[in-house]
Ligand binder design. Sequence first.
Ligand code: NAD
Length: 429
Amino acid sequence: MDPSADTLQRLRETFRSGRTRPAEFRASQLKALGRFLQENKQLLQEALARDLRKSAFEGDLSEIITCQNEVDLALKNLHTWMKDQPVAKNLLTQLSSAFIRKEPFGLVLIIAPWNYPVNLTLIPLVGALAAGNCVVLKPSEISKGTEKVLAEVLPRYLDQSCFAVVLGGPEETGQLLEHKFDYIFFTGSPRVGKIVMAAAAKHLTPVTLELGGKNPCYVDDDCDPQTVANRVALFRYFNTGQTCVAPDYILCSPETQARLLPALQSAISRFYGDDPRGSPDLGRIINHKHFQRRPLCPAAPTVLVDVRDTEPVMQEEIFGPILPILNVRGLDEAIDFINRREKPLALYAFSNNSQVGPDRGGHGRVHKCETSRVPFPGHLGASGGMGRYHGEFSFDTFSHHRACLLSHSDLEKLNEIRYPPYSDWNQRL
Ligand code: NAD
């Protein structure tokens, strides 16, 4: 671990020199990141297999290719994203040029979790580099295989005068957070999110917090149970349930529960065979501590029926392959149930009824939509966090939007109208 002032000082000096600002430099770093992903694909796949028993396909799909797409998008759009944005003028600014300039913040800290250790570390990095910042990357100490590749191989690709990887767990990250950064981007649990925000507050550093929570999944009576079961099972058991946007629990009527249960059993055995624990397509819980988090936590996909909201499994994010089903009497009760809780990071609704959709009241909205063209996840408070990223939203997150007004010095006569004393103001207009 080297949270030393020296490393941070070096990065700060680079930023002050202006080295990271030109589009050419930013593009060179993004290209280098793309090369890192391509040339070390196998190494990353092996690390993901060691950390989470991810299959090569799952690792490619949810981590490596996703990052590569993000790099490609940033490279394609960098010049457009960097352009000054003209703004409408008023009477006083009519003769000036008024625009918004997107400037890098300076020294950025990115703190990442272990569940998608490539994706959630490198996608924020793409945005930070595209926006022209210097970056300290703090990968999760828990996904050790990936942490090693990121610490040992990635710095060989990026310009080390403006990029550093710092290693460590809670204690070392706490020390790192004592330093002043110009922006902090954190992905992890709400508990640690509060620690990060408190540390940032000491320096009044702006933050993005990508947190977790319980994501409801409402299933209407009119749905085809097998279609719902296939989709819910995929997202609930993908990465062994260790996905921040996975459906955490189902809300449906007792009749729909009765239809869903055999459909879920069928989906699970088709996806993972009769002995899912031996399936090469089901990963593993990251470590013993997380496996032990709740006595209920099995390694294999599990469905719990007739669950009440007072039961332990409903008190915090599950982050494992368990799917509780709670009974509600219709859409209104489901919306009420959801609205009485923290605003969820993601929300799933299955229905053929056009009444069930993004326009329905409160925060009971369809909210699961992940591509680089939409913001992820938006401002959601204690459960989802604050800030947004992916694609251009990442670029904007890591840029200060500076208001600029260029006033011409040869128009002094016109300016005089604004100068005191104002006793004769009605003769000026
Ligand atoms: P975590 O909060 O335990 O750790 C995240 C990072 O914070 C790690 O790098 C860790 O080293 C550091 N950290 C841990 N304790 C710390 C402390 N006391 N002080 C300073 N730093 C500390 O989260 P995790 O277990 O790695 O990840 C799982 C959580 O992340 C879940 O809650 C999940 O929902 C959430 N998550 C959110 C998103 C999202 O995009 N919103 C994505 C993935 C995971």
